[in-house]
Design a protein around this ligand. Structure first.
Ligand code: PAF
Length: 294
């Protein structure tokens, strides 16, 4: 049996760059999977995607303070680093880039990457500054790792669209690969935040994928109106006493702009998506899906 090699753990950008330089000079291509740790099967699916496309996978683990709002869950965010390193080892990750906050944001740090209109709706509207934190840290991760490609999940569809735009606008020269959302058997999208749900909240959280599934059923009817689709989501979430809706949006899959009229050309797979954000207890969860793809 081939020996499983422990991934090297790297804690600062300079060491990360030297590792990547050495990997590239030995002819290996590199894929980055950027994470905030608390790795679950969704992350492992991203790693698998990456492994099938590159010779060496780098997983970054960094809970990025810049993308959390004032009163949000930065301090509560799970940080099970030993379990994460063991998961990376089992997944045959070549290197784990786990920089310290001081290495990422040393004294005097003041530059930001500011996203444009794609960041103004949905999560951007509910969490001001969030995407600026994401684009800034992802730029730094790409600069340190220098990957050929980076894999991001469709669960964070808006993040994926913003990162694609940024990579194109700033000529960052890395392929952004999308990976489909991984779900629990009852439909709940995997998320590190699910760990913070009590068992009762976990049962309640299924209202989120259920609301999307029911919205898609309504959308499939020839006479479906946008109001009927949105009303169905509100109804399913309102029916669950432990959940409260932050937003629901039916939006153009390319521009992310809210759709106000579901005319015929939009009623095809790939043109529009539905996204929701809801709180279950104090845990904020998001999900999205194509409105028409079967
Ligand atoms: O999706 C995430 O986990 C984070 O937003 C990311 C891309 C790792 C940046 O911190």
């Amino acid at each position: 049996m081939a020996a499983v090699l422990r991934p090297v753990t790297i804690e600062n950008p300079a060491d990360m760059r030297s590792w990547s330089r050495a990997a590239r000079s030995s002819g290996r291509s590199i894929a980055l999977v950027a994470t905030m740790g608390a790795l679950h099967d969704g992350h492992l699916a991203l790693i698998e995607h990456a492994r099938s496309r590159a010779d060496a996978v780098v997983v970054s683990i960094f809970v990025n303070p810049l993308q959390f709002g004032e009163n949000h869950d930065f301090t509560n965010y799970p940080r099970p680093i030993d379990t994460d390193l063991a998961a990376c080892e089992r997944a045959e990750v070549a290197a784990v880039y786990a920089p310290t906050a001081a290495a990422m944001y040393p004294r005097g740090f003041e530059t930001r990457v500011v996203p444009g209109r794609l960041a103004s709706t949905m999560e951007g509207h509910s969490r001001p500054g969030h995407f600026e934190g994401v684009t800034t840290v992802v730029t730094k991760l790409l600069a340190a790792v220098g990957p050929d490609l980076a894999v991001f999940g469709e669960k964070d569809y808006q993040q994926l669209a913003i990162i694609r735009r940024m990579v194109s606008d700033l000529d960052l020269g890395v392929d952004i690969v999308a990976a489909p959302t991984v779900r629990e058997p009852d439909g709940l999208a995997l998320s590190s935040r699910n760990q913070r749900l009590t068992p009762a909240q976990r049962r309640a959280a299924v209202c989120i994928p259920r609301s999307i599934a029911e919205a898609r059923e309504v959308a499939a009817r020839p006479d479906a109106t946008l109001d009927a689709i949105l009303a169905r989501v509100r109804h399913v979430i309102d029916d669950e006493p432990q959940a409260s809706l932050d937003y629901v949006s039916v939006f153009d899959a390319g521009t992310l702009e809210a759709i106000d009229d579901l005319d015929d050309p939009m009623r095809v797979a790939g043109r529009c998506r539905i996204a929701i954000a809801a709180r279950v207890g104090d845990v904020r969860l998001i999900d999205n899906a194509d409105l028409y793809d079967r």
